[in-house]
Design a protein around this ligand. Structure first.
Ligand code: GYE
Length: 340
């Protein structure tokens, strides 16, 4: 890449007086990134900086592994993985680091939607393509190359459509139904989209009522803690919808501690998102009734975009990953094939 050539020439000029670089020697140099380990650059590789949200859920870990398995040296990449540690400010600082290091591409999974305009403009002015993956931003789409991820609003709508169909088949269509929602990280596009889809579809049912809708931040511990508080106030919950599997697993612990039954044979209908391997296990036992799939295997689509840019081809600005809805009825048919 042109940028790497300039950097390499700069390196040779700086070091020409002190070491003899033979013509065949690969030009590499070490530079310290403020927020991650020292990075060795090599002109023979495409350097990709990947800024992850953190390690908040099992879904996130599967998503990270997918990048590490995709952007390998063997395939011609120098991957710089930066853990955002669930802190958007740290992500912005990491963007500054990567831009100053002159990486070839940045893949960003933004923890929250707001606050990205300035740093995206800096990356654009520095001629570094930024690919948004998984979560989105509120900044103008002209400031980044593309966004690749899930249709979060449709995920929410699909969850409620399943619920309406299930209740009708149970002869409960006209029954007053009390719902509780565990929301993900405040300001995250996954939370915003799912919550919008859930509420839009729930509002169609005049005999349904949302008793509580609280933030569990996509973590198992916070999901349990929030559900414990909700159970102190509400004894008449018919449906629990959790915006990811890990918060649902935590809420299940809280319900068990309070002797509240849930699942196929219980009082509380359980619906969550992500469709993790553990969610399949719990759907097969009937504890979990639905998990709306949110596919974390996004790195392959990101790599395809980078190859398209390298080849001077057009890139689709919005790309959705393939997803399904899994239930306690069909989980057994698919559990063997799951990749995360
Ligand atoms: O649902 C959750 C993760 O952004 C879609 O973030 C992702 C969400 C996912 O922590 O488990």
């Amino acid at each position: 890449m042109k940028k790497k050539l300039i950097l390499s020439l700069l390196f040779i000029v700086i070091t020409a007086g002190c070491t003899q670089c033979s013509g065949t020697e690969e030009v590499t140099y070490e530079k310290k990134l403020a927020r991650s380990g020292g990075v060795s650059y090599d002109e023979n590789y495409i350097t990709v900086g990947f800024i992850q949200t953190g390690k908040e859920s099992d879904w996130r870990d599967a998503n990270t592994r997918d990048y590490q398995n995709t952007f390998t040296k063997e395939k011609g990449y120098n991957l710089i993985y930066i853990d955002g540690n669930s802190d958007a400010r740290r992500q912005v600082k990491a963007m500054h680091d990567l831009i100053s290091q002159g990486v070839d591409y940045i893949i960003l999974d933004p923890i929250v939607e707001d606050g990205w305009e300035d740093i995206l403009k800096l990356a654009q002015d520095s001629k570094i393509p930024v690919l948004l993956a998984d979560r989105g931003v509120s900044a103008d789409p002209s400031l980044y190359t593309c966004w690749i991820g899930s249709d979060f609003k449709t995920e929410g709508v699909n969850a409620v459509k399943w619920l309406a169909d299930y209740l009708e088949k149970q002869g409960r269509k006209s029954e007053d139904i009390n719902l509780v929602i565990l929301e993900g990280t405040k300001g995250a596009s996954a939370t915003i989209g799912r919550t919008e889809g859930l509420r839009k579809e729930i509002s169609r049912h005049k005999n349904w009522r949302i008793l509580a809708s609280e933030c569990g931040n996509f973590t198992q511990g916070e999901g349990k803690a929030v559900m414990e508080q909700i159970l102190e106030k509400h004894k008449d919950i018919d449906v629990l919808i959790s915006e990811n599997d890990n918060m649902m697993f935590g809420a299940m612990k809280a319900m068990t501690q309070k002797d509240v039954s849930y699942g196929v044979d219980g009082d509380v209908i359980t619906i969550s998102f992500d469709a993790l391997e553990e969610a399949f296990e719990r759907m097969m036992t009937g504890e979990l009734m639905v998990s709306v799939e949110c596919n974390p295997l996004i790195a392959g689509l990101c790599e395809k975009v980078i190859r398209q840019i390298e080849a001077g081809q057009e890139v689709a600005p919005v790309q959705y990953v393939q997803e399904s809805v899994f239930t306690y009825k069909n989980a057994g048919e698919y559990s063997e094939d799951r990749k995360y």
